[in-house]
Design a binder for this molecule. Sequence first.
Ligand code: BF8
Ligand code: SF4
Length: 625
Amino acid sequence: MDKNKYAQKSIDPATQAMLSKAEQAGVEVAWERLEKQEPQCGFGLLGICCRNCNMGPCRIDPFGNGADKGICGANADTIVARNLLRTIAAGAASHSDHGRDVVETVLHAAEGRAPDYEIKDEEKLLALAKELKVPTDGRSKQEIALDIAVKAIDEFGTRKGTLELLGRVPPQRKERWEKLGIVPRGIDREVVEIMHRTHMGVDTDYVNLILQGMRAALSDGWGGSMWATELSDVLFGTPKPHKGVSNLGVLKEDEVNIVVHGHEPTLSEMIVRAAKDPQIVEFARSQGAKGINICGMCCTGNELLMRHDVPIAGNFLQQELAIITGAVEAMVVDVQCIMPSLTEVAGCYHTKIISTSPKAKFPGAQHVAFNEEKALEIAREIVRIAVENYPRRNKEKVFIPAEKMEFVAGFSVEAILSALGGSLDPLLNAIKEGNIKGIAGIVGCNNPKIKHDYGHVTLAEELIKQDILVVETGCAAIASAKAGLLLPEAAAKAGPGLRAVCEALKIPPVLHMGSCVDISRIMVVAAAAARALGVDICDLPLAGAAPEWMSEKAVSIGAYVVASGIFTVLGTVPPVLGSSNVAALLTEGAKDVVGASFAVEGDPLKAAELIVKHINEKRAGLGLA
Ligand code: BF8
Ligand code: SF4
C-alpha cells in the first residue's frame, strides 16, 4: 500500500487510514470525484460564463481572441461581478435562514408553542433586552424573549431603517458605510436586491455591483449570523470553556454511534437530551450495545461541542469517512455542507442517513420531519431508529481509526471576557505591550483542492509562533482540535509573548469560538476593541484567513469581514480572475473604499507572512512597536 499517496491528501492520520479503507472497499469519496472533474472548466474557474438569460449561455474568451462580450453586451467585469454577487447572495441567505429558524424557535418557545425549549441563559437574555431597549421590569423571561424575537424576526425583512445590532459597530465604520451607501438593511431585502440587480439588463457597473455584494454580506454578518449566535446562546446557553474530544477515534466499537451533521442546533440539542433517557439507553443495551454515543460533524458538531461534552468526529471532508468506518448506525442531517454522496456511501454499509429538514431532502435517505412543537418526541424516534439499526452492523466491515485528540472549546465573547477578568483591557494591554502582536481569525471549510487540514493547521502554528493569537470557527477549528492546538499545553508552540499570556490565563493559543455563524462573535470582539481604543476596526492589528474555503457561505463571510475593515487571506482562488478590474478592486482598490482588502495565497506559510506583515503595519499605524 502506498501510504504516501494518502499523506498527500490529508495531514490527519485518521483521514489517511480511512482513505485507505475506502479505496480497499471500492467506495468513492470527494478526492476521487475531484480527480474525475479535472481539468476543471477554465471559464468557470475565471468566472466568465453567464447563464442569466436565455439568449445565453455566454462566455468571454480569456485570451482575447474570441468574444469579449455576451449577447446582451455584458463584458467580463459585469459577468464576473454578477456571478460573485449571486454567490454572496446564496451564502448570506444560508446563514441568515439558519438565523431565522433559531429566532422562530425562540419565538415559539416564548409563546409556549415549543414546550421542549426553554430560555436557558437569562443573563444573556437580559443583556440583549437592554441593548434592544426591551423593557424587563416585572416581566417574565418569556415575555422579554417574545419581544426580542419579534424585533429580531422583523429585522430579516426590515420594514424600518437598518439593523438593531449595528449599535455594536464603531462610529467611524458606520460613517464609512453611510458614505458608501452600504449600511445593511434586512437580509431578505439585500438578497432580493442582488437577484434583481444581477438580472439581465440591470446593474452593469462592477463597482456598484460589488458594493451591493458587501452590503448583503454585512446584513449576514451583523444581522442573520449574529442573530443565530445571540439567540442560540439564549436558548441553549452561552458557551464556557470546557474539554472535549475530536476525530474519528471518538466513534465507539461497542456503542450505538449517531453522528449529527449539518448546522442548526435546534434538533441536535434534543437528540443529545433524548439519548440520555434511561429507557432508550436500556433499549440500546437490549440490542447488544453498551450505550449510545452522540458525535458531531461540521457545524452542528461545533454548536454541540461549544455547549456540551459532545465529541466531534470530524470536519467537512471526513463526513463520508465516518460512514466508511462501518460503525455509524445513523447520520442525522439538517441543512448545509451535507454531501449528496452520503446516501450512496451509506448504501455500502448499514448506516441510515436520516434527513430532518423540510428544506433538505436526499433521495435514498429516510426522512423524519423535524417539528419543534414535538422536538423531543421526534428526537427520541430518531435515536430509536439508530438503536434498532445496531444489530445490523457488520463487525467485519468495522474499522475505527485510533486517533482522537482532546481539546478545550467554548470561547464565547462572554467566556473570553470572564477569562480576562471582566474587560478586554488585559488583552488590549498585551497587544499594546507587544506580548500579543495581533489577532487572526482562521475560519472556513475543507476543500480537496488543498491538502486536508494542512492549510488550517500550518497557518495557525505559524501565526502563534509569531505571537499572534488565533481565534477560529467552523471546520478550521475542528482541524486545530484534531492537531492538538486547542489545548492550553499548545502554548508551548507559541512565541514567548503569547505563551506567557496563555499560561497566565490558562488558555490555548488557538481559541475555538464556535460554528461559522459564530464568526459574529469575532466581529463583536473586533468592534469592542476598536471602540475601546477609539479607532476604526481597520486600524487594528487584525487579520482573517480562510485557507481551505469552498462554500458560498464562506464568500459571504469574506465579504463582510473585509467590508468591516479586516484584511483577509483566501487559500483557494475565487472565480474572479476573468476580470482584472474586479480582481484589482478586491485585492487593492477595496483598501481605499472599506479600509481592507483580500489576498489570495494557497501556501499557508506565505499566507502567514502576509498576515504578519499586515499586523506589523497596523501596529505601526497605532504607534506600537
Ligand atoms: O458553516 S466551515 S464546510 S461546515 S461552510 Fe461547511 Fe465550511 Fe465547514 Fe459549517 Ni462553514
Ligand atoms: Fe449572455 Fe447577457 Fe444573457 Fe448573460 S445576460 S446569458 S451575458 S446575453
